[in-house]
Design a protein around this ligand. Structure first.
Ligand SMILES: Nc1nc2c(ncn2[C@@H]2O[C@H](COP(=O)(O)OP(=O)(O)O)[C@@H](O)[C@H]2O)c(=O)[nH]1
Ligand SMILES: [Mg+2]
Length: 298
């Protein structure tokens, strides 16, 4: 089969799979909120979940929280929190006292003109209500985002979805040792990172898979693309190379997001930084909407 033909075939199968998925969704009744919630992992099943103190609140966020409470009903129930995971749409919120599941207030999106950008994302600082006797919290307000990493979704509708907020840096991951590194991907990610006012860092992973000459060539190409102001780090999770340099980009109290295509070595890198296997690797699809705290390097 020729190359063009192979490509065309792939496209049909992809379209068919999509159509089948749509049909399945159309015939299956939507899961109830209770069913969805029951399938969300409990806190004791999770590792490396950030604590409230790991995610500092800035002055604008504190002021917005105080202002919100000044006008809220039963303000004594309001807590300042940080969204540390999203599982099936249910945020996990860390506050100074506790970490608990939450939902967002009814009409939350609507009251803001249906603008999805204001739905809670991982990294958001929020005002969350915890009524006495309730396990679940209710997020009533997303506090001002210092930065927000967004992507377009729904081409015609032009909606923007916030993938992560309040990030300080974006680690742009590309694997070495599989031909030349794809600089156009790096360039696109660079634009996204700069667009959201986060500091970009290029991380070239799997250095153990290429020889010195290849490494020099790719490093040189990457450096020429990003210029002198953007760090380019070479890592090998297999050999423990470059991990300290990556850690140095994420000092305590700061937040980094890892960006890169599937198979680039993101989960393996994060596991290496954590010192144990928290994330599944090798193509196993797991939740990506989560924050973890790196161990202290003191
Ligand atoms: N040789 C080598 N393989 C790696 C390295 N890092 C990741 N891999 C492998 O690359 C594959 C994809 O890694 P994974 O972390 O799951 O990628 P992700 O999809 O970006 O999260 C897995 O089979 C890993 O074992 C590395 O530093 N060296
Ligand atoms: Mg992964």
């Amino acid at each position: 089969m020729g190359k063009a033909k192979a490509k065309a075939k792939k496209k049909t199968t992809g379209a068919r799979a999509k159509r089948d998925r749509r049909r399945k969704l159309a015939t299956e009744p939507p899961a109830s909120a209770e069913e969805l919630l029951a399938s969300v992992p409990g806190l004791d099943a999770l590792q490396d979940v950030p604590a409230f103190d790991d995610l500092p609140v800035d002055e604008a966020q504190q002021a917005a929280f105080d202002d919100f409470c000044a006008h809220a009903e039963e303000p004594e129930q309001m807590q300042l929190g940080a969204v540390v995971r999203l599982d099936r749409g249910f945020p996990l919120v860390a506050t100074a006292d506790d970490t608990f599941r939450a939902e967002h207030a009814v009409g939350f999106a609507k009251s803001r003109g249906g603008d999805e950008v204001l739905l809670p994302a991982v990294g958001d600082r929020v005002a969350v209500r915890r009524a006495p006797g309730h396990d679940m919290g209710v997020i009533e307000c997303v506090l001002p985002r210092r930065t927000s990493f967004e992507r377009w979704r729904g081409r015609a509708r032009g909606e923007r979805q916030v993938l992560c907020s309040n990030v300080d840096s974006v680690l742009i991951v590309q694997a070495l040792g599989a031909g030349e590194v794809l600089l156009d991907r790096v360039a696109r990610s660079l634009v996204l990172a700069l667009d959201c006012d986060a500091e970009p860092v290029v991380v070239l992973t799997k250095a153990d898979r290429c020889d010195a000459e290849e490494l020099e060539r790719d490093l040189d190409r990457a450096r020429r693309l990003v210029g002198p102001d953007v760090r380019v780090i070479v890592t090998s999770s297999a050999e423990g190379r470059g991990l300290d340099e990556v850690r140095a980009c994420v000092p305590a109290g700061s937040c980094a997001m890892i960006l890169g295509e599937s198979g680039a070595g993101k989960s393996t890198l994060l596991n290496a930084l954590l010192g144990h296997d928290t994330l599944a690797t090798g193509g196993v699809r797991e939740r990506d909407d989560q924050a973890v705290t790196l161990p202290s390097r003191a």
